[in-house]
Every structure is written in structure tokens, then in C-alpha cells.
Design a protein around this ligand. Structure first.
Ligand SMILES: NC(=O)c1ccc[n+]([C@@H]2O[C@H](COP(=O)([O-])OP(=O)(O)OC[C@H]3O[C@@H](n4cnc5c(N)ncnc54)[C@H](OP(=O)(O)O)[C@@H]3O)[C@@H](O)[C@H]2O)c1
Length: 322
């Protein structure tokens, strides 16, 4: 079969022939891929910033495909384990350390295969799984969002961040955003966000405070030195959900602010198969359409990776496979 394979650490991946996956028993499913989408994770892997990479390996965590005559999506978090609070030691994500989604065929546990929501195109369905499960757990399971609350989602242009924006709007929250691009803020407003500020402005937190006041919930994937400003923007008893750390180590957290405001900070990673099923129901009930930034042929995958590397995307970057 054809697949996008990382042949050696530090090299660029290539679209090449790769052995077909072989099921080892009835609990395995071989899904024929129709479309896939990129995640920042794929870039971290290419940059050698992800543990456990053992080439040669097929990249990719997100796909829509066909299995048993049905159009399906795959929950990319494999072998979560028995504790819904945290994944077990055998947990891993599709596409590193095992072979992933950017291939003609993908081997996954059949318990991770779910029917794709019927209202989505192949491109939209490919855009949903990893961002959807991450957004669902951090918003609902961890931060317990409620209608009428005010939420801030940082970095509006990202795949997970945009999904958080869409889910929070559907759940009846007032949504505010930050982004490094004024155009992306405008596009988030077009989706229903109340407003936003550009995190490249020196005083972005003051500006946001003037526009929106304090937030009941804050969802962040940046971390870094900007995080202490998020704590200032948090209302008393606010919940802060962190699912990424693109800007690195968080410094300057004030313990006094943390305890006096009675803040809760939650780390969140992906989610269980149960949460994945609930996420699909939520998407179907609210008719949510994942935002697709751009669609590329599989032969153009390098251009798709470049677009993500340059941070130009608004939503998910999709590879058409079949
Ligand atoms: N824990 C988990 O389960 C989980 C799951 C998925 C992803 N992640 C992590 O979450 C992060 C985002 O993943 P993704 O796939 O959604 O990435 P993506 O689509 O490539 O988006 C990158 C994101 O980074 C934002 N950003 C860049 N610089 C920023 C800054 N200085 N301050 C605030 N935001 C900034 C961008 O915002 P603008 O474009 O609007 O400027 C955009 O939202 C990655 O670090 C990824 O590894 C974790």
C-alpha cells in the first residue's frame, strides 16, 4: 500500500510503498482510508520533539474511512485503560509509536471505530476525531462548562482551539478568543465568538479585560510567559484547562492569585472511547461542521505540512486520500 512514512529520524517523510497492515485477531479492524487530517503532533514528531518515535513509521492520527460497509471515523487514542481519570501505561495515540493514518489502510482496535456523523463530508469527518475528543474532554469533563458562562479560548486558529470555540458556542457559552492574526479573530467572530484580541499586542490582556471582563473558563494550548496573564483574566472560582504547551514552560504563577481566587487548573489529554461517542453525538445533535482550512492531494502532503509549520491555517488541514 501507499503511505506517508518517516524513514529515519531527522529526515523528511516520503509517500512510498509500505507493507499492508495485518490484523492479529477479531478485535482488530482494517479501515480503508478516504481522507485524513494533520495535527500539530505530526509536526512535533518530525521535529524530533515527541518521545517514542521508532522509524520507519506511518505518520498521522486522524482519518475517515470505510470498514464493514460503513463510513467510519477512528478514535485516535488507543488502549486508554480502565480508569476514566487518566490513561493507563499501554495508552498511545494512532501514528507513533505504531503506524498511523496517512496510508491506504490502517490497523486499529475495532472498539476505536465509530460510524461517522452522516451530516459531515469526508473532509469534515477527517477533521474531527483528535481535535473533537481533546476539545470535548477539556471543556465538558474537566472544566464542566455551563450555558451562560464566559469562556476564553487562546489561539483561535488551531484545530483543537477552533473545535473548542464551536463546542462552547453550541453549549450556550459566550466565547472570546485570542489569536496572532486579526483575520483569524474576525473569522472566529463570524462563527459566533463575541470578540477577541491579538496576543502579539504588548497589552493584549488589558485590552481583553476592558472588552470582556473576567472569564469563568479559560482553555489554553500555549502556556509560556503569557499564562500568568490568563490567570489575571480568570474570574474568582474560574477553571483553566490546558491541553498544549506550544510556548513552553509556565513561569511567574502567583500562588496568592491561585488560592485567593480559588482557581482550578486542569491538565487534559485526549479522552476515553466513551467520551468519543458522546462527542460524536454532540456534533450530530448540534449539526456542528468542523472547520476545514484547506484540502490537499496526498502527493502534496509537504505543502500541507508547510502550511501548518507557518501557522497560516484556520482550522484543519486535510489530505484527500482515496
Ligand atoms: N493534550 C492533548 O490531548 C492534545 C491534543 C491535541 C493537541 N495538543 C497540543 O495542542 C497544541 C495545538 O495543537 P493543534 O493540532 O490544534 O495545533 P495547530 O492547529 O497547529 O494550531 C497551533 C495553535 O497554536 C496557537 N499559537 C501559536 N502561538 C501562540 C501564542 N503565542 N499564544 C497562544 N496561542 C498560540 C495558534 O493560534 P493562532 O493561529 O490563532 O495564532 C494555534 O491555535 C499543540 O501543542 C499540540 O501538541 C494536545
Amino acid at each position: 500500500m501507499e503511505a506517508i512514512v518517516l524513514k529515519e529520524k531527522g529526515q523528511l517523510p516520503a509517500l512510498i510503498e509500505h507493507p499492508d497492515p495485518r490484523p492479529s485477531g477479531p478485535a482488530d479492524a482494517i479501515v480503508e482510508v478516504l481522507a485524513c487530517s494533520l495535527n500539530h503532533r505530526d509536526l512535533w514528531i518530525l521535529k524530533g520533539k515527541y518521545p517514542g518515535v521508532q522509524p520507519p513509521v506511518v505518520l498521522g492520527s486522524d482519518l475517515v474511512g470505510r470498514w464493514n460497509g460503513k463510513r467510519v471515523v477512528v478514535q485516535p487514542g488507543l488502549n486508554w485503560g480502565s480508569n476514566p481519570e487518566v490513561q493507563g501505561k499501554d495508552y498511545h495515540i494512532l501514528g507513533v509509536p505504531g503506524d498511523g493514518a496517512f496510508a491506504d489502510k490502517v490497523l486499529v482496535p475495532s472498539e476505536n471505530v465509530f460510524e461517522a456523523p452522516v451530516h459531515l463530508t469526508n473532509e469534515q469527518a477527517a477533521a474531527l476525531p483528535l481535535a473533537g475528543i481533546t476539545a470535548y474532554r477539556v471543556l465538558f469533563t474537566k472544566c464542566g462548562i455551563k450555558p451562560g458562562e464566559k469562556i476564553l479560548v487562546t489561539g483561535a486558529g488551531g484545530g483543537v482551539a477552533l473545535t473548542c470555540i464551536q463546542f462552547a458556542l453550541a453549549a450556550g457559552l459566550e466565547v472570546w478568543v485570542t489569536s496572532g492574526s486579526d483575520e483569524k479573530i474576525e473569522r472566529a467572530i463570524d462563527l459566533g465568538a463575541a470578540g477577541g484580541v491579538n496576543y502579539r499586542h504588548a497589552e493584549w490582556d488589558r485590552k481583553l479585560n476592558t472588552l470582556a471582563g473576567k472569564f469563568n473558563v479559560i482553555i489554553d494550548s500555549a502556556g509560556g510567559d503569557g499564562f500568568q496573564r490568563l490567570m489575571k483574566l480568570a474570574a474568582p472560582a474560574a477553571r483553566i484547562g490546558i491541553y498544549g504547551g506550544g510556548q513552553g514552560t509556565i513561569r511567574g504563577i502567583s500562588p496568592q492569585m491561585l488560592f485567593w481566587k480559588q482557581l482550578k487548573i486542569f491538565g487534559s489529554t485526549m479522552g476515553t472511547n466513551g467520551e468519543f461517542g458522546k462527542m460524536l453525538e454532540f456534533v450530530a445533535t448540534h449539526g456542528i461542521l468542523p472547520v476545514v482550512d484547506s484540502v490537499w492531494k496526498k502527493t502534496q502532503f509537504q505543502k500541507a505540512f508547510d502550511r501548518m509549520e507557518q501557522g497560516r491555517q484556520f482550522g484543519k488541514i486535510v489530505l484527500q486520500w482515496a
